[in-house]
Design a protein around this ligand. Structure first.
Ligand SMILES: C[S@@+](CC[C@H](N)C(=O)[O-])C[C@H]1O[C@@H](n2cnc3c(N)ncnc32)[C@H](O)[C@@H]1O
Length: 330
């Protein structure tokens, strides 16, 4: 029986593979996936999608409601959000603009953090995203050199933050890249303020492959997106519990993601032979070829239940270091 775990090597090798994958494919995300326009690198969500609306923006807003960030409450202090594995900044930029959040996005891939910073400054210039300004300091005009969404290169397995720094930790299609998912949850939990929430939306393991063809298809999908392995819903809930987090929402949103997966899949039958030709002629590297296979195989494997898409929120209790921490009113 095929297990969802694929042993791609040590943690270091997994991260090198992820770096290599994004080094070769970031240009494709920007050009073909529309990331230059919407800044997202994740699936869309079709439930209640307004006519002509952005499926990726719809996903972010749905998750922001689960995490309690939307609807925005102008009367509350700006929520502090860690966007762990922030891609090119889509979530942080949207949450800064629409939820009034102060976001820090961290990324293993330095170029993603750089591109995200650039997008955030342009967005601040366009929309006037509120600035993070210390009380009494002279405000910097929006977009000049700061945004409420900031980005830095930092491995999320070794986060560079003090305990209890964040109201929300946000992991949208980044958790799947953690070489050790239990260790990742253990690293994140202490960074939450008491009462803070961890949001995870990602692929999770489904049923085992029934035959070698399904097994091959699933391998192509995982390898092509440099995902080391998936874990199950149940493992995630259990690891969160061990880290002192209570799961407050666990939802299989596969049916809402499938329509967008289908739209991505439609490129596959053209992309695969085209990329095979370019690869044979030496114009593109292995990662670009494998990426085309993933684009093709992600949809049938999801549709057949070999993996599923889950959305979770997990809450840190109000207990802290053995003492009771009272929630501030309001
Ligand atoms: C599929 S993208 C999703 C990005 C973003 N969350 C979004 O939804 O647009 C996955 C991101 O996770 C980042 N990532 C993977 N492993 C990481 C790690 N160990 N530390 C920080 N970021 C990581 C990748 O570099 C990439 O930018």
């Amino acid at each position: 029986m095929y297990m969802a775990k694929m042993n791609l090597g040590t943690d270091h090798e997994v991260k090198e593979r992820i770096r290599g994958y994004f080094a070769d494919t970031t240009r494709d995300y920007l050009a073909w996936y529309g990331t230059r326009r919407h800044h997202h690198m994740h699936y869309g969500f079709d439930r209640d999608l307004p006519r002509g609306g952005s499926p990726t923006g719809n996903m972010t807003r749905y998750l922001a409601r689960l995490a309690g960030l939307l609807p925005a409450d102008p009367g509350r202090p700006a929520p502090r959000v860690l966007d762990a594995g922030c891609g090119m900044g889509g979530s942080s930029i949207l949450l800064a603009r629409e939820a009034g959040a102060l976001c820090v996005g961290i990324n293993l891939v330095e170029s993603h953090a750089r591109i995200a910073r650039d997008f955030a400054l342009r967005d601040a210039a366009k929309w006037g995203t509120p600035l993070e300004t210390a009380p009494g300091a002279t405000a910097v005009p929006a977009g000049l050199d700061r945004s409420a969404a900031r980005f830095l290169a930092n491995d999320y397995m070794a986060p560079a933050f003090k305990p209890e720094s964040f109201d929300v930790i946000w992991a949208l299609e980044s958790f799947c890249y953690a070489p050790d998912k239990e260790a990742w949850i253990r690293a994140m939990a202490p960074l939450l303020k008491p009462g803070g929430r961890l949001l995870i939306a990602d692929g999770f393991s489904g049923r085992p492959a029934a035959n070698p063809a399904e097994q091959r298809s699933f391998r192509h999908f995982m390898k092509g997106w440099a995902v080391p392995h998936f874990c199950s819903f149940e493992q995630t809930v259990e690891w969160a519990r061990h880290a002192g987090l209570e799961t407050t929402h666990a939802e299989n949103i596969t049916p809402d993601v499938l329509p967008h997966a289908w739209k991505i899949f439609r490129l596959g039958p053209f992309l695969v032979p085209w990329r095979r030709l370019l690869h044979a002629l030496g114009f593109i590297g292995e990662e670009n070829l494998q990426n085309a296979y993933a684009i093709y195989h992600q949809y049938p494997t999801m549709k057949r239940g070999l993996w599923r898409y889950g959305a979770f929120t997990m809450k840190r209790g109000l207990w802290r270091y053995g003492a009771f921490c009272f929630r501030k009113p309001g």
